[in-house]
Design a protein around this ligand. Structure first.
Ligand code: SF4
Length: 382
């Protein structure tokens, strides 16, 4: 059995039984990933078209490639590690296509890049064919570009840009040091022996790119440590995996069908762990129940589950200006009026963004306007 970095994360975030359920191809709701899957597939095909053309293809051709990929994703689906997946929704495929094309406009794909490069290693860390039965560790990398660079002193060194596309708006620096990134660094380092690894996380939505440089000679010990850690994790995952229901179940994609979490939620003697289990099941079912009740709520004799019209009062868009006029026409001063208003952080961020367009540093403005404090929030925190 070959494991992916995502398997290590699954084991770490949830429990060993989640790996058992994954190995049995237990279905779970993949809706939230589908736009990203589509964007990755389009970028892969765009990259390969650039490989074939030996130059970045023109936008008109890119649109055709993206269109064809979208049609295939929404009509035939894709296969991941040989396991076929059902076709995705048209809306998801279209959204993924739009994200990929937007990225392509600003970041043409180099013809010598490697797109969706497959890596597999056996127990001795020898690179083997992706589907080789001796493979114990596998991963697929979105984009790699190996370059030879000559600096101003005439020294030549090799770099590898290793880019991971994310379809979420939010990316943070922690992503540059997680299991996935370490695994990618190790795979590229072992396969290419480059001098410098440029590990990148690229948000397709915001265009933000985070980068971590790894100098392979001076940081060889770190890379070896990561390699050993991955090797050990793979050995651990090859052992019998056991369930540990409780707080770990929160967010587990299998909580909707896992017998261990159900048992704890139903018959658990420990009130808090029982609560965590019940919450995990509820969270796991939430998305499906919302979808099922979107058109019409579920009703029984005692009530309904689903959406119900409620009334709420909200301020009109120009309420602040209208109120200012009323205040001033009744003898109040504008500064007193402003004193009665309270600026939310969201509003402050919006205004700071506008000021940034005039050249001001948004972070400096926000730092001057906001302060951090701690408070106690009830919930299950992982
Ligand atoms: S629901 Fe809980 S016990 Fe079941 S697989 Fe997930 S983390 Fe493990």
């Amino acid at each position: 059995m070959a494991y992916h970095p995502t398997d290590i994360s699954l084991r770490e975030r949830y429990c060993g039984h989640a790996l058992n359920l994954k190995a049995k191809n237990t279905p779970y709701n993949k809706d939230i990933f589908q736009v990203g899957v589509a964007a990755h597939a389009v970028l892969e095909n765009l990259g390969k078209a650039c490989n074939e053309a030996d130059e970045p293809i023109p936008y008109e051709q890119a649109v055709q490639v993206a269109e064809q990929t979208t049609i295939e994703l929404a009509s035939q689906g894709r296969a991941y590690d040989g396991i076929p997946e059902p076709p995705m929704k048209i809306k998801q495929a279209l959204e993924g296509k739009a994200l990929a094309l937007k990225h392509y406009v600003y970041n043409p794909l180099p013809p010598d890049g490697l797109y969706e490069e497959h890596f597999a290693y056996n127990e001795a860390w020898e690179r083997v064919d992706y589907n080789d039965t001796s493979a114990v560790f596998r991963t697929i990398l979105d984009f790699i570009l190996i370059e030879t660079v000559t600096d101003e002193d005439g020294d030549t060194y090799t770099t590898a840009i290793v880019r991971d596309y994310k379809s979420s708006w939010y990316i943070d620096k922690d992503m540059l040091d997680n299991v996935q990134r370490r695994a990618q660094a190790v795979c590229v380092w072992l396969a290419n022996q480059v001098d410098l690894l440029k590990m990148q996380v690229f948000s397709l939505r915001s265009g933000q790119c985070l980068e971590r440089l790894i100098y392979t000679q001076t940081e060889q010990e770190t890379l070896e440590q990561w390699q050993n850690d991955i090797g050990t994790a793979v050995k651990i995952m090859a052992q019998k995996q056991v369930a540990s229901p409780g707080v770990s179940c929160i967010g587990c994609p299998y909580a909707y069908c896992c017998s261990y979490v159900s048992e704890l939620a139903t018959h658990g003697k420990h009130t808090i762990r029982k609560y965590a289990a019940a919450t995990a099941i509820s969270k796991a079912l939430d998305k499906s129940v919302r979808a099922l009740t979107k058109e019409s709520p579920y009703r029984d004799a005692n009530g309904l589950v689903g959406y119900k019209q409620k009334e709420r009062v909200s301020a009109k868009k120009d309420a602040a200006q209208t109120m200012a006029k009323i205040w001033v026409s009744n003898g109040g001063s504008l500064s007193d009026y402003i004193g009665h208003l309270s600026l939310s952080v969201t509003q402050a961020k919006r205004i700071a963004k506008l000021l940034a367009k005039q050249g001001l540093d948004a972070d400096t403005v926000l730092n001057a306007l906001s302060s951090k404090s701690t408070y106690s929030q009830f919930g299950i925190h992982k």
